[in-house]
Design a protein. Structure first.
Length: 668
């Protein structure tokens, strides 16, 4: 029932964020008589938009067919098509997906004589996306290194090719709409007149481009109504800027702030623990969640010697829960995809059905299937499926022409693809190198030694490290997890031949997709947002896993804390937390881990098992030594977060992503 002017609704976890938007739309149409065509309601996923439409349909008595409701990208595409006569694209422009982008970038790089060894396509794709998020065009981009000069060349050519193909990528939808609003006063005036009311769900997830579009659309009518939770801003790696919600009052000084603090989901104990955790963040508005629900049971904390031991202990606790709960009542959440491997193994061993949401089963991931295909082919040279998979993986210059030549020769001579390849090596150095690579693996008898040799000789890890993207880092973690899993198999099972391991893995991958209604759910913490389950397990609460080592290094521990907070607030009745003390790093190596700093930030009286480890403060003290939760104020760069102490008397400080090394005495 908010009147005119901007409004910020700070809505805590489980307080009914989407309900606010839908009821607000219904109120505007039914009670205030506003025209549906003058209302713009924006959310972040198509699923959320569809749910919102369905709810509004049930609430609104009047005809609301003119209502603008959908994702940011769909809204931008619709406007750009309607104003196609003033942009250099037709009304029917094509929208390229991520794969289309990569294919186009590969062709451009080939034309510019830029090899994938110099730049990975994924790196270029991510870099261009980041520039567009910040509304920096190819010609405006000011490179500061040779690498960036090459990036600029690719970026400019990429945009020319897109235009020539009458195509936009997803980032262009935002980028081009902003430029249209900025550069065409008539369009800006028309859209400001059209959208009398603008409503935005999940406002904490907006990036810079989305924020600037909303600002331009609110120049005439200040009726910008945004709903979000600063404590659930967890997509910084995708460009989301938490400052959009934190600074809303500065951007709209006459705004009204409403706080939704009643939680309808969780017990008092769960809310108390989650609130105590997130209160350690500096970058937040502050609110206190409450509920009329019961205290509920304490949170349970357990540990394992390593990830496999942790998974076995988890399954023991899970089996007790299954005496009173359905499998579909239970969520198992983790920080990284690689962590699912040990949990999957333990669940499979006990015959407990599970479903991975938002990700592939560990043994179905591309990099894992690639490496297993090498093992299969080494022991079975007739395996044409594995042969085709590994022939140019990682890329070694064996393209379609060579593949067709091999296949044609094999058919003509009635021999296997491998035999054909060997016979075609005489005048072909690239094929000769491939044959030598496979031949060098033939006499390795142990599966752990064979996998290590495959990883080393193919250069798979080197290529991913050079790529340097978050996706590449996740794939690297999966490879290290596979190396550890194979080493663990040879030690625990007492078997070491490739055939024995592949039989073991084959049982894992030959499982039908489980019906979610009859299975335990596994997913990353990022994918849990917006969901709820009666029982939640959060695993891997060890330092450098959560908070993730990359976030510690980059001074983004607060986002990691919010991520853990999101996981905790998914639970309705009960939470189990766990950590492990030793992590395999591949090739038989391991690292000793200490409990996550986040465990020391929660009240021990609410957590069964926490008092035992907090009595031994050494682990937490080590975690705190590199804590990024201390802040300083600099006269030029503003507020900065201390990452760590270096060179004895200097502080490494992050000022909104810019890192500086400054003497400690400067701040005294």
């Amino acid at each position: 029932m908010h009147g005119e002017g901007p409004a910020l609704v700070l809505a805590g976890a489980g307080s009914g964020k989407t309900r606010v938007i839908t009821y607000r739309v219904a109120y505007l149409i039914d009670h205030l008589g506003e025209s549906p065509s003058g209302i713009l309601a924006v959310t972040f996923t198509n699923k959320a938009a569809d749910e919102m439409k369905e709810r509004i349909h049930q609430l609104v008595r009047a005809d609301f067919r003119g209502l603008w409701i959908g994702t940011f990208h769909s809204m931008c595409a619709r406007i750009l098509r309607e104003y196609s006569e003033v942009i250099p694209y037709s009304r029917n422009f094509v929208i390229y997906d991520a794969q289309d982008q990569r294919n186009l970038l590969k062709r451009i790089m080939n034309n510019l004589n830029i090899g994938e060894r110099e730049f990975s396509v994924h790196y270029i794709q991510r870099a261009i996306s980041n520039l567009k998020d910040r509304l920096i065009g190819g010609y405006e981009f000011e490179p500061s290194s040779y690498k960036q000069i090459r990036l600029k060349d690719i970026y400019i050519e990429y945009q020319k090719r897109l235009l020539g193909n009458d195509a936009m990528d997803f980032d262009d939808l935002l980028f081009n709409l902003y430029n249209l609003l900025e550069g065409n006063r008539n369009v800006r005036k028309a859209l400001n007149g059209l959208f009398k009311h603008k409503l935005v769900d999940e406002y904490q997830d907006t990036n810079h481009a989305q924020y600037m579009i909303l600002k331009r659309l609110s120049e005439k009518s200040k009726n910008l109504f945004v709903v979000g939770d600063d404590d659930q801003s967890i997509y910084g790696f995708r460009g989301a800027d938490i400052n959009n919600i934190l600074d809303f009052e500065e951007d709209f000084p006459d705004c009204k702030i409403y706080k939704l603090q009643r939680n309808y989901r969780s017990t008092k104990t769960i809310l108390h623990v989650a609130s105590a955790l997130v209160n350690h963040n500096y970058q937040r508005k502050g609110k206190t969640l409450w509920t009329v629900k019961s205290e509920g049971s304490k949170i349970n904390l357990f540990s394992g010697f390593d990830e496999n031991d942790e998974a076995r202990n988890l399954v023991r606790a899970l089996k007790k829960e299954l005496l009173r709960k359905k499998k579909s009542d239970i969520l198992i959440a983790y920080r990284t995809n690689a962590q699912s491997r040990a949990i999957e193994d333990a669940l499979l061993k006990e015959g407990i059905e599970y479903n991975i949401v938002g990700g592939l089963r560990f043994y179905q991931r591309k990099e894992i299937k690639d490496l297993l295909a090498y093992i299969w082919f080494v022991i079975n040279k007739k395996d044409s499926i594995s042969f085709r998979r590994i022939l140019n993986t990682p890329r070694r210059g064996i393209g379609r022409t060579r593949r067709n030549k091999i296949e044609s020769y094999a058919i003509e001579k009635h021999i296997t693809l491998w035999e054909a390849t060997k016979e075609l090596t005489e005048d072909d150095l690239i094929l000769s190198n491939f044959v030598q690579l496979i031949s060098s693996l033939d006499n390795i008898k142990r599966v752990d030694d064979l996998l290590s040799a495959i990883v080393e000789k193919t250069g798979y890890i080197d290529i991913l490290e050079e790529e340097g993207t978050i996706e590449a880092e996740s794939r690297l973690e999966n490879i290290f997890e596979l190396l550890s899993a194979v080493k663990n198999f040879t030690q625990k099972e007492g078997k070491c031949s490739p055939e024995e391991y592949l039989t073991f893995v084959g049982l894992k991958t030959d499982i039908d997709e489980w019906n979610r209604e009859e299975s335990v759910t596994l997913m990353t913490l990022h994918n849990t947002k917006g969901l709820e389950f009666p029982v939640v397990f959060i695993t891997g609460l060890s330092e450098e896993i959560i908070p993730h080592y990359r976030s510690i290094k980059e001074g983004k521990v607060e986002e990691e804390r919010r991520l853990f907070y999101v996981g905790l607030t998914r639970a309705k009745e009960k939470i189990y937390l766990s950590y492990f003390k030793k992590r395999g790093m591949g090739w038989g190596n391991s690292r000793v881990l200490i409990p996550s700093r986040f465990l020391s930030e929660m009240p021990a009286r609410d957590i069964e098992g926490l008092a035992f480890i907090t009595e031994n403060k050494e682990g937490f003290r080590l975690a705190k030594k590199n804590s990024s939760d201390e802040w300083v104020e600099h006269p030029i760069w503003g507020k900065g977060k201390i990452l760590k102490v270096v060179d004895g008397d200097k502080l490494l400080i992050s000022f909104n992503g810019m890192t500086k090394k400054i003497k400690r005495s400067f701040f005294k």
